[in-house]
Design a protein around this ligand. Sequence first.
Ligand code: ADP
Ligand code: MG
Length: 247
Amino acid sequence: MAIIEVSNLKKSYGKLDVLKQITFDVNKNDVVAVIGPSGSGKSTMLRSLIHLEEIDGGSICVSGNHMVKDGVYAKPHEIKQITGKMGMVFQHFNLFPHLTVKENLELAPKMLKKETSAEIQQRSQELLEKIGLSNRAAAYPANLSGGQKQRVAIARALMMNPEILLFDEPTSALDPELTGEVLQVMKDLAQEQMTMIVVTHEMGFAKEVANKVMFMDNGEVVESGSPEQLFMKPQFERTKTFLNRSL
Ligand code: ADP
Ligand code: MG
């Protein structure tokens, strides 16, 4: 069952066509790895899904609800409802520097006022345990390692109980020795059947954890398939060239 349906997505910055008729589906419980060279439109595609960018044409449908259909956006409250099903983790963590770890986790749910403070605190405690940082609840982001910051960013995204998690190069800003702890949290989420779209340069993660790999180049989805198909039997010269450079 498709949880995200993207069709003919178009986005330009002035004369630069950044996304050219992008079409793909994500099924519930999929872990989709999005790979491709820098500047190919991966971040723009991901940001479009949660309405951090407005697209110029095409459709995005989440759980059967159109956020944008043939270039026409739904009403703001409808868009909010749809983007609320998704959480995003950025390359540079984007934690609030003036808030503690616990406060970073609890801010958005508290502002939403849908749960009691006790419920929110219980969940933040559980999530901090899950990412192995319950002893750092009172710490400020500046006093955490990059790997810890990114684990907090993941927990913060999970606080909103998203149906889908989007990751934009979550380990690219980390020292190599810190990528493992972040990838492990993501692997655990995949094992718990979280639906995830992960833009990544970590080919090992894509091979091991993803069930679909999507190769983007120059604003297009060149090809997509299972990791075996894409890594072992790439169909297009552009994919082969990229993989030869990355593996
Ligand atoms: P990727 O994530 O694959 O590296 P991006 O989606 O960040 O690619 O960028 C795709 C293209 O769009 C690049 O050429 C980039 O320079 C351009 N671009 C991205 N954001 C903007 C912007 N806000 N204004 C103008 N050009 C942009
Ligand atoms: Mg990017």
